[in-house]
Design a binder for this molecule. Sequence first.
Ligand code: TPP
Ligand code: MG
Length: 292
Amino acid sequence: MKAKDLLEEYLVSGHGACPGCAMPVITRNSLHAAGQNTITVITASCLGTILCTFPFSPIKITTYATPFASAAAAASGIKAALDMQGNTQTTVLAIVGDGGTFDIGLQALSAAAERNDDFIYLCYDNEAYMNTGIQRSSATPWGAWTTTTPPANLKSQPKKDIMEIVAAHRVPYAATASIAYPEDFERKIQRAKETRGFKFIYTLSPCPVGWRFPSELTIRLARLAVQTKAFPLYEVENGERYILSVEPEAIPVSEYLRPQGRFAFLREGDMERIQENVEREWERLMRRMEAY
Ligand SMILES: Cc1ncc(C[n+]2csc(CCOP(=O)(O)OP(=O)(O)O)c2C)c(N)n1
Ligand SMILES: [Mg+2]
Protein backbone atom coordinates (compact mmCIF):
# COMPACT_ATOMS: atom_id res chain seq x y z
CA MET A 1 0.00 0.00 0.00
CA LYS A 2 1.36 3.43 -0.89
CA ALA A 3 1.73 5.91 2.01
CA LYS A 4 -0.28 8.41 -0.05
CA ASP A 5 -3.25 6.05 -0.15
CA LEU A 6 -3.27 5.74 3.63
CA LEU A 7 -3.55 9.50 4.01
CA GLU A 8 -6.00 10.06 1.18
CA GLU A 9 -9.73 9.96 1.85
CA TYR A 10 -11.81 8.65 -1.04
CA LEU A 11 -15.13 8.97 0.75
CA VAL A 12 -15.71 12.50 1.98
CA SER A 13 -18.38 14.14 4.13
CA GLY A 14 -21.80 14.92 2.72
CA HIS A 15 -22.86 11.33 2.16
CA GLY A 16 -26.47 10.33 2.67
CA ALA A 17 -26.08 7.60 5.30
CA CYS A 18 -28.24 7.44 8.45
CA PRO A 19 -26.45 8.23 11.76
CA GLY A 20 -24.59 5.14 12.94
CA CYS A 21 -24.69 3.39 9.56
CA ALA A 22 -21.70 1.08 9.16
CA MET A 23 -21.46 1.51 5.42
CA PRO A 24 -19.47 4.76 5.24
CA VAL A 25 -16.87 3.11 7.51
CA ILE A 26 -16.85 -0.04 5.36
CA THR A 27 -16.51 1.99 2.15
CA ARG A 28 -13.85 4.28 3.60
CA ASN A 29 -11.74 1.42 4.99
CA SER A 30 -11.98 -0.57 1.77
CA LEU A 31 -10.98 2.37 -0.38
CA HIS A 32 -8.03 3.18 1.92
CA ALA A 33 -6.72 -0.30 1.21
CA ALA A 34 -7.75 -0.51 -2.45
CA GLY A 35 -6.30 2.94 -3.28
CA GLN A 36 -6.99 5.60 -5.89
CA ASN A 37 -6.61 3.33 -8.90
CA THR A 38 -9.92 1.54 -8.26
CA ILE A 39 -13.28 1.34 -10.00
CA THR A 40 -16.18 0.50 -7.70
CA VAL A 41 -19.39 -1.22 -8.76
CA ILE A 42 -22.55 -0.73 -6.72
CA THR A 43 -26.17 -1.83 -7.04
CA ALA A 44 -29.57 -0.57 -5.96
CA SER A 45 -29.18 -0.54 -2.16
CA CYS A 46 -28.64 1.82 0.74
CA LEU A 47 -25.08 2.24 -0.55
CA GLY A 48 -26.50 3.40 -3.87
CA THR A 49 -28.49 6.13 -2.17
CA ILE A 50 -25.52 7.09 0.01
CA LEU A 51 -23.11 7.47 -2.89
CA CYS A 52 -25.34 8.50 -5.78
CA THR A 53 -27.03 11.67 -4.57
CA PHE A 54 -27.13 13.17 -8.07
CA PRO A 55 -25.76 15.70 -9.03
CA PHE A 56 -23.36 15.36 -6.07
CA SER A 57 -21.35 12.37 -4.89
CA PRO A 58 -19.17 11.91 -1.78
CA ILE A 59 -16.98 9.26 -3.45
CA LYS A 60 -13.80 10.32 -5.26
CA ILE A 61 -13.44 6.99 -7.08
CA THR A 62 -14.99 6.13 -10.44
CA THR A 63 -18.21 4.31 -9.55
CA TYR A 64 -20.48 2.28 -11.80
CA ALA A 65 -24.07 1.81 -10.63
CA THR A 66 -25.64 -1.32 -12.08
CA PRO A 67 -29.06 -3.00 -11.66
CA PHE A 68 -29.70 -5.06 -8.58
CA ALA A 69 -28.89 -8.50 -9.98
CA SER A 70 -25.81 -7.71 -11.99
CA ALA A 71 -22.98 -6.44 -9.75
CA ALA A 72 -20.69 -9.39 -10.43
CA ALA A 73 -21.50 -9.43 -14.17
CA ALA A 74 -20.78 -5.69 -14.42
CA ALA A 75 -17.51 -6.08 -12.51
CA SER A 76 -16.49 -8.95 -14.83
CA GLY A 77 -17.25 -6.74 -17.84
CA ILE A 78 -15.29 -3.78 -16.50
CA LYS A 79 -12.31 -6.01 -15.76
CA ALA A 80 -12.48 -7.50 -19.28
CA ALA A 81 -12.57 -3.99 -20.79
CA LEU A 82 -9.54 -2.94 -18.73
CA ASP A 83 -7.70 -6.06 -19.93
CA MET A 84 -8.51 -5.15 -23.53
CA GLN A 85 -6.89 -1.77 -22.88
CA GLY A 86 -3.80 -3.45 -21.46
CA ASN A 87 -4.60 -2.02 -18.03
CA THR A 88 -3.68 -4.60 -15.39
CA GLN A 89 -3.22 -2.11 -12.57
CA THR A 90 -6.76 -0.89 -11.87
CA THR A 91 -8.58 -2.73 -9.07
CA VAL A 92 -12.24 -3.53 -9.66
CA LEU A 93 -14.20 -3.56 -6.40
CA ALA A 94 -17.90 -4.48 -6.26
CA ILE A 95 -19.57 -3.38 -3.00
CA VAL A 96 -22.94 -5.11 -2.66
CA GLY A 97 -25.57 -5.65 0.04
CA ASP A 98 -26.85 -8.98 1.31
CA GLY A 99 -29.97 -8.80 -0.89
CA GLY A 100 -27.79 -8.16 -3.94
CA THR A 101 -25.45 -11.00 -2.96
CA PHE A 102 -27.29 -13.81 -1.14
CA ASP A 103 -30.49 -13.47 -3.20
CA ILE A 104 -30.91 -11.63 -6.48
CA GLY A 105 -27.22 -11.40 -7.47
CA LEU A 106 -26.25 -14.95 -6.52
CA GLN A 107 -26.13 -16.40 -10.02
CA ALA A 108 -23.93 -13.57 -11.33
CA LEU A 109 -21.70 -13.97 -8.28
CA SER A 110 -21.46 -17.74 -8.82
CA ALA A 111 -20.71 -17.31 -12.52
CA ALA A 112 -17.91 -14.81 -11.88
CA ALA A 113 -16.48 -17.02 -9.13
CA GLU A 114 -16.60 -20.07 -11.38
CA ARG A 115 -14.77 -18.18 -14.16
CA ASN A 116 -12.32 -16.95 -11.51
CA ASP A 117 -12.70 -13.40 -12.83
CA ASP A 118 -10.13 -11.04 -11.40
CA PHE A 119 -11.94 -8.59 -9.10
CA ILE A 120 -12.88 -8.09 -5.46
CA TYR A 121 -16.48 -8.72 -4.44
CA LEU A 122 -17.20 -7.06 -1.08
CA CYS A 123 -20.53 -8.02 0.47
CA TYR A 124 -21.76 -5.79 3.28
CA ASP A 125 -24.42 -7.65 5.21
CA ASN A 126 -27.00 -5.59 7.11
CA GLU A 127 -29.16 -8.71 7.19
CA ALA A 128 -32.22 -7.36 5.33
CA TYR A 129 -33.40 -5.29 2.38
CA MET A 130 -32.86 -2.04 4.25
CA ASN A 131 -33.22 0.50 1.47
CA THR A 132 -36.78 -0.55 0.67
CA GLY A 133 -37.95 -0.75 4.29
CA ILE A 134 -36.35 -3.62 6.26
CA GLN A 135 -37.74 -6.68 4.42
CA ARG A 136 -36.21 -10.07 5.30
CA SER A 137 -33.54 -11.53 3.04
CA SER A 138 -31.91 -14.96 3.12
CA ALA A 139 -29.21 -13.28 5.24
CA THR A 140 -31.67 -12.31 7.99
CA PRO A 141 -30.92 -14.39 11.10
CA TRP A 142 -33.34 -16.85 12.66
CA GLY A 143 -35.67 -15.17 15.17
CA ALA A 144 -35.25 -11.63 13.86
CA TRP A 145 -38.05 -9.14 13.37
CA THR A 146 -38.33 -7.40 9.99
CA THR A 147 -41.33 -5.75 8.33
CA THR A 148 -42.02 -9.01 6.48
CA THR A 149 -41.31 -11.19 9.54
CA PRO A 150 -43.53 -9.47 12.16
CA PRO A 151 -43.66 -10.57 15.83
CA ALA A 152 -46.26 -13.28 15.15
CA ASN A 153 -44.15 -14.69 12.32
CA LEU A 154 -40.46 -14.07 13.08
CA LYS A 155 -37.82 -15.32 10.64
CA SER A 156 -37.99 -19.09 11.00
CA GLN A 157 -35.21 -20.11 8.61
CA PRO A 158 -31.49 -19.98 9.41
CA LYS A 159 -29.21 -17.49 7.70
CA LYS A 160 -27.75 -18.67 4.40
CA ASP A 161 -24.05 -19.57 4.72
CA ILE A 162 -22.62 -17.40 1.95
CA MET A 163 -18.98 -18.08 2.87
CA GLU A 164 -19.47 -21.82 2.34
CA ILE A 165 -21.24 -21.18 -0.97
CA VAL A 166 -18.38 -19.01 -2.21
CA ALA A 167 -15.69 -21.33 -0.81
CA ALA A 168 -17.31 -24.23 -2.69
CA HIS A 169 -16.25 -22.45 -5.91
CA ARG A 170 -12.62 -22.93 -4.75
CA VAL A 171 -11.84 -19.25 -5.35
CA PRO A 172 -8.30 -18.11 -4.49
CA TYR A 173 -9.28 -15.92 -1.55
CA ALA A 174 -12.32 -15.36 0.66
CA ALA A 175 -12.39 -13.68 4.06
CA THR A 176 -14.75 -12.29 6.67
CA ALA A 177 -13.93 -8.82 7.98
CA SER A 178 -15.25 -6.43 10.62
CA ILE A 179 -15.23 -2.66 11.05
CA ALA A 180 -14.43 -3.28 14.73
CA TYR A 181 -11.04 -4.67 13.59
CA PRO A 182 -10.01 -2.05 11.00
CA GLU A 183 -6.38 -3.16 10.60
CA ASP A 184 -7.47 -6.73 9.92
CA PHE A 185 -10.14 -5.37 7.55
CA GLU A 186 -7.67 -3.31 5.51
CA ARG A 187 -5.10 -6.12 5.49
CA LYS A 188 -7.68 -8.43 3.94
CA ILE A 189 -8.66 -5.92 1.24
CA GLN A 190 -4.96 -5.40 0.56
CA ARG A 191 -4.38 -9.14 0.31
CA ALA A 192 -7.37 -9.47 -2.03
CA LYS A 193 -5.95 -6.69 -4.17
CA GLU A 194 -2.63 -8.52 -4.49
CA THR A 195 -4.24 -11.89 -5.29
CA ARG A 196 -5.12 -12.74 -8.91
CA GLY A 197 -8.58 -14.16 -9.61
CA PHE A 198 -11.88 -13.93 -7.78
CA LYS A 199 -11.78 -12.54 -4.23
CA PHE A 200 -14.68 -12.38 -1.80
CA ILE A 201 -14.72 -10.22 1.34
CA TYR A 202 -17.73 -10.57 3.58
CA THR A 203 -18.45 -8.00 6.29
CA LEU A 204 -21.23 -7.40 8.79
CA SER A 205 -22.88 -3.98 8.51
CA PRO A 206 -24.83 -3.15 11.70
CA CYS A 207 -27.86 -1.00 10.85
CA PRO A 208 -29.35 1.09 13.72
CA VAL A 209 -32.62 1.64 11.85
CA GLY A 210 -33.27 -1.95 10.77
CA TRP A 211 -31.78 -3.68 13.81
CA ARG A 212 -33.37 -1.19 16.22
CA PHE A 213 -30.39 -0.07 18.33
CA PRO A 214 -29.02 3.36 19.35
CA SER A 215 -26.72 4.74 16.65
CA GLU A 216 -23.68 5.03 18.95
CA LEU A 217 -23.52 1.22 19.38
CA THR A 218 -22.55 0.33 15.78
CA ILE A 219 -18.88 -0.48 16.36
CA ARG A 220 -19.59 -2.13 19.73
CA LEU A 221 -22.13 -4.47 18.13
CA ALA A 222 -19.73 -5.25 15.27
CA ARG A 223 -17.13 -6.21 17.90
CA LEU A 224 -19.63 -8.23 19.96
CA ALA A 225 -20.63 -10.15 16.84
CA VAL A 226 -17.02 -11.33 16.55
CA GLN A 227 -16.45 -11.91 20.26
CA THR A 228 -19.64 -13.93 20.70
CA LYS A 229 -18.69 -16.14 17.70
CA ALA A 230 -21.80 -14.99 15.84
CA PHE A 231 -19.56 -13.51 13.11
CA PRO A 232 -16.13 -15.23 13.23
CA LEU A 233 -13.22 -13.58 11.45
CA TYR A 234 -11.29 -15.93 9.17
CA GLU A 235 -9.75 -16.39 5.74
CA VAL A 236 -10.21 -19.21 3.22
CA GLU A 237 -7.48 -19.91 0.67
CA ASN A 238 -8.48 -21.78 -2.50
CA GLY A 239 -11.75 -22.80 -0.84
CA GLU A 240 -9.85 -25.26 1.36
CA ARG A 241 -7.41 -23.75 3.81
CA TYR A 242 -9.24 -22.00 6.65
CA ILE A 243 -7.28 -19.58 8.87
CA LEU A 244 -8.74 -17.94 11.99
CA SER A 245 -7.98 -14.19 12.19
CA VAL A 246 -9.22 -13.33 15.69
CA GLU A 247 -9.70 -15.64 18.67
CA PRO A 248 -13.13 -14.77 20.12
CA GLU A 249 -13.63 -14.24 23.83
CA ALA A 250 -16.66 -16.55 23.91
CA ILE A 251 -19.06 -14.02 25.38
CA PRO A 252 -22.71 -15.26 25.42
CA VAL A 253 -24.52 -14.37 22.20
CA SER A 254 -27.26 -12.67 24.25
CA GLU A 255 -24.82 -9.78 24.89
CA TYR A 256 -24.82 -9.14 21.16
CA LEU A 257 -28.55 -9.68 20.57
CA ARG A 258 -30.13 -7.95 23.61
CA PRO A 259 -29.27 -4.34 22.56
CA GLN A 260 -31.05 -4.99 19.25
CA GLY A 261 -34.80 -4.34 19.24
CA ARG A 262 -35.28 -6.74 16.30
CA PHE A 263 -34.69 -9.62 18.75
CA ALA A 264 -37.15 -8.26 21.34
CA PHE A 265 -39.81 -10.79 20.33
CA LEU A 266 -37.82 -13.96 21.03
CA ARG A 267 -39.80 -16.50 23.05
CA GLU A 268 -38.71 -18.56 26.01
CA GLY A 269 -35.89 -20.88 25.06
CA ASP A 270 -35.08 -19.06 21.80
CA MET A 271 -31.90 -17.44 23.15
CA GLU A 272 -30.61 -20.86 24.25
CA ARG A 273 -31.45 -22.24 20.82
CA ILE A 274 -29.51 -19.41 19.13
CA GLN A 275 -26.56 -20.00 21.48
CA GLU A 276 -26.55 -23.71 20.62
CA ASN A 277 -26.57 -22.88 16.92
CA VAL A 278 -23.64 -20.48 17.36
CA GLU A 279 -21.67 -23.23 19.12
CA ARG A 280 -22.54 -25.79 16.44
CA GLU A 281 -21.48 -23.45 13.63
CA TRP A 282 -18.28 -22.57 15.49
CA GLU A 283 -17.36 -26.23 15.92
CA ARG A 284 -18.04 -26.84 12.23
CA LEU A 285 -15.72 -23.94 11.37
CA MET A 286 -13.05 -25.29 13.72
CA ARG A 287 -13.24 -28.68 12.00
CA ARG A 288 -12.59 -26.90 8.69
CA MET A 289 -9.53 -25.21 10.25
CA GLU A 290 -8.19 -28.53 11.54
CA ALA A 291 -8.92 -30.45 8.33
CA TYR A 292 -6.14 -28.88 6.33
C1 TPP B 1 -34.80 -5.81 -9.82
C2 TPP B 1 -35.07 -4.95 -8.65
N1 TPP B 1 -35.89 -5.38 -7.68
C3 TPP B 1 -36.13 -4.62 -6.58
C4 TPP B 1 -35.55 -3.40 -6.46
C5 TPP B 1 -35.87 -2.55 -5.27
N2 TPP B 1 -34.76 -2.41 -4.36
C6 TPP B 1 -33.91 -1.36 -4.38
S1 TPP B 1 -32.77 -1.40 -3.15
C7 TPP B 1 -33.41 -2.85 -2.56
C8 TPP B 1 -32.85 -3.48 -1.30
C9 TPP B 1 -31.42 -3.89 -1.43
O1 TPP B 1 -31.07 -4.74 -0.38
P1 TPP B 1 -29.56 -5.05 -0.10
O2 TPP B 1 -28.88 -5.53 -1.31
O3 TPP B 1 -29.49 -5.93 1.11
O4 TPP B 1 -28.95 -3.59 0.25
P2 TPP B 1 -29.39 -2.60 1.45
O5 TPP B 1 -30.50 -1.76 0.94
O6 TPP B 1 -29.78 -3.45 2.61
O7 TPP B 1 -28.17 -1.78 1.72
C10 TPP B 1 -34.51 -3.29 -3.33
C11 TPP B 1 -35.31 -4.49 -3.05
C12 TPP B 1 -34.69 -2.96 -7.50
N3 TPP B 1 -34.05 -1.78 -7.44
N4 TPP B 1 -34.47 -3.74 -8.59
MG1 MG C 1 -29.17 -5.43 3.08
